[in-house]
Design a protein around this ligand. Structure first.
Ligand code: PNS
Length: 176
């Protein structure tokens, strides 16, 4: 019987609980799920590729049919290289739909054999994005319950604790 391999491509900068929720759901319906981190030379990510690979691997290694990889270039080319027949993407709200539809249709134009499968994360994560997590963490807000503990710890290591950041802001304001 044909094994259905899916890729779940993204930036994962950083991995959030919404991503993990989708990985869990995807791993239940596909025989193999490859979480594929885009190596984008034009972007300046908060976490290096190695850091993102490490965090994603640590958080998914309990799932036998999930593996983590990285890729550069077109998603469809990568999907064909790993024999995937589906691309998994999450849709949180209507606002995601237009961009995701555009991407799915472009990918279909480029590679008609590849299907995009949309899944919805739990409602609790419907407002969550890596961009907001980066912003809130950088400005000293709490990101507890939004990212795995490991990611929270790594964010703190990278950005300093909320108290340290507040102190740095106060000291900067004092100098201005
Ligand atoms: O997590 P993100 O940033 O929303 O993921 C976007 C991603 C990586 C899925 C998308 O940018 C992508 O597929 N990039 C690879 C380049 C590509 O294939 N472009 C054509 C598809 S529209």
């Amino acid at each position: 019987m044909k094994r259905v391999i899916a890729i779940y491509p993204g930036s994962f900068d950083p991995l959030t609980n919404g991503h993990l929720d989708l990985i869990e759901r995807g791993s239940k319906i596909f025989d193999e799920l490859i979480v594929a981190i885009l190596r984008n030379p034009e972007k300046d990510p908060l976490f290096t590729l190695d850091e993102r690979l490490e965090m994603l691997t640590a958080m998914t290694c309990h799932r036998e049919n999930v593996r983590v990889d990285s890729f550069e270039g077109l998603t469809v080319d990568y999907a064909m290289r790993v024999n995937a027949s589906a691309v998994l993407r999450g849709i949180r709200a209507i606002s995601d739909y237009e961009y995701e539809l555009q991407m799915a249709l472009m990918n279909r134009k480029l590679e008609p054999r590849l299907e995009t499968v949309f899944m919805m994360p739990a409602e609790a994560y419907s407002y969550l994005s890596s961009r907001l997590v980066r912003q809130v963490a950088t400005l000293g807000g709490s990101i507890k319950d939004l990212v795995p503990d490991l990611v929270e710890k790594k964010l703190r290591e990278k950005l300093g604790s909320p108290a340290q950041r507040q102190a740095a802001r106060r000291s900067k304001a004092g100098k201005d």
